[in-house]
Design a protein around this ligand. Structure first.
Ligand code: GAR
Length: 205
């Protein structure tokens, strides 16, 4: 049974897609053991409760400095003993201590075709604003491992989505979620649960 911790900051539609895939057996042998949010108002926390998952909020506002927040986040992850950590719209830079403790065990969904429209400053709607400002005709989403850079880890899956005339950032965001994110993130987790994609640090096993 793959133990999954999902980290969220907002609406949690990707979290919902993971729940749906588990409940419809598209993902097998996996369980969400904890949902962690940095934002106490995240609707994703409500979704976690609806699905009877344990959930915790670790907000930077409750800690004196970044170091104390990072330590609390690491502890909240550690306590759940995860095999896999999924960043599903988690808008926090993952501290290197967490990456070192869980090498090749953290994956992220990003709403563009990496290496386009990624890195510092590109998150949420800002990605789609960038896409429309540049005028590209194809965008999409990427699932990748998380390393110490921003959106630089090894790519696991990508799916392309067309940009249509008249798109606003909001319309494009919804299309990218529906046609790419909610498909490739559960698929990647399923492949990991089946052992088709290897996770973890082989040297430590
Ligand atoms: C998603 O579009 C996700 O790809 C993006 O935030 C949104 C969260 O939506 N993540 C990033 O931009 C990370 N750089 P959700 O809370 O409804 O899943």
């Amino acid at each position: 049974m793959l133990r999954i911790v999902v980290c969220v900051s907002g609406g949690g539609t990707n979290l919902n897609a993971i729940y749906e895939a588990i409940e419809s057996h598209k993902i097998e042998d996996a369980k969400i053991v904890r949902v962690i949010s940095n934002n106490p108002g995240a609707y994703a926390l409500t979704r976690a409760k609806e699905h009877q998952s344990e959930s915790v909020c670790v907000s930077p506002k409750d800690y004196l400095d970044r170091g104390a927040f990072n330590e609390a986040l690491l502890n909240a992850i550690r306590e759940a003993s995860p095999d896999l950590i999924v960043l599903a719209g988690f808008l926090v830079n993952i501290p290197s201590g967490i990456i070192r403790e869980f090498p090749n065990r953290i994956i992220n969904i990003h709403p563009s075709l990496i290496p386009s429209f990624c890195g510092k400053g590109y998150y949420g709607l800002k990605v789609h604003e960038g896409v429309l400002a540049r005028g590209v005709k194809v965008t999409g989403a990427t699932v990748h491992f998380v390393d110490e850079g921003i959106d630089t880890g090894r790519i696991i899956a990508q799916k392309a989505v067309n940009v249509e005339p008249g798109d606003t950032p909001e319309i494009l965001q919804k299309r990218v979620m529906e046609q790419a994110e909610w498909i490739i993130l559960p698929q990647a987790i399923s492949d990991i649960a089946k052992g088709l994609i290897e996770i973890g640090d082989k040297d430590r096993i």
